[in-house]
Every structure is written in C-alpha cells, then in structure tokens.
Design a protein around this ligand. Sequence first.
Ligand code: SF4
Length: 64
Amino acid sequence: MKIIADTGKCVGAGQCVLTEPALFDQSEDDGTVIVLNDTPDGELIEKAREAVNICPSQALSLEE
Ligand code: SF4
C-alpha cells in the first residue's frame, strides 16, 4: 500500500496530521500536506485509511 498526496488539491486543513502525525506533516509555507511515510505498515495502515476518508478535499488516496 502506498499513500498518494495531491498537494494541488490539499487545502491545508490539517485533518490528516491530527489523525496520524507519524504519517503526515504540513508545509510551513502554505500548510499543504507532507507525507512522512508513504508506505505504512501495521496499525498505521488503518490510520492511513482513516486519514484518506476524512480529508475534506480528497487530496489523499491509496494505491493498494
Ligand atoms: S486533510 Fe487533506 S486537505 Fe487537510 S492537510 Fe491533509 S491532505 Fe491537505
């Protein structure tokens, strides 16, 4: 599984970071998402799915 982030769609809402700070951070310049670990394993897989589901701009997706 791989996390794909489309920073063009990201509105910097930060929900992904709140969901799992081990996987996501935000750019200090414009608040857009930075993926810290795009190939999560273990319990982080579920957190990645959660982050994809709650992102308000559908900027995150998963390549299974
Ligand atoms: S939740 Fe979505 S819109 Fe918000 S920072 Fe993360 S990727 Fe960007």
